[in-house]
Ligand binder design. Sequence first.
Ligand SMILES: [Mg+2]
Length: 209
Amino acid sequence: MNHIPLSNIKALLLDLDDTLYAYPLCHQAGYEACKALAQDKYGIAGSEFEYAWKTGRNRVHQDLHGQGASHSRLLYVQKASENLFGKSNPQFALDIEETYWRVFLDTMVFNPGVETFLQEAKDKGIKMCIVTDLTAQIQMRKWLKLDLGRYIDFLVTSEEAGVEKPGAYMFELAMEKLGVKAEECAMIGDSEEKDVKGAEALGIKAYKV
Ligand SMILES: [Mg+2]
């Protein structure tokens, strides 16, 4: 991230997941903890849990495509519970979801160099907004875990915007909050499709990390 030029911009739009921290590590830790809980507390074999999670996730992706809630772990495991128990089991769903995010957040740390970069941008007076696909509550919990308020001014989630990246409204909402125009800001993210192409479609400079 440190190679990204900070001259001639007033604001930065930043993706969160897999840009500021390593998503796969956190996901894997959370997922393994859920598998262990399902086994120990509910007597569900690892392979059964994996199948139910995958099936639930795929159905939620399909039903809610393009919305923030399409990534909701709570909905994945609600559907997983219906697959595993033959009926809805909110106790199981809430239990697994809570464990997933607790372990996920415990594992979360900044990628190397990210804090130095954010500090440098802040020192230059550059305003920053997180632009992220997912529901507001968990993205706010991630914000608190990384203490992003030390650097970042605003948050835009796809739940709030009603569309996901690369949808224009995600970026427009961020620019509105920051009070800047497209040519005054730059976008940084890990996804070519969502972050880079989404921003470039509006004439925002974009950098893939
Ligand atoms: Mg990302």
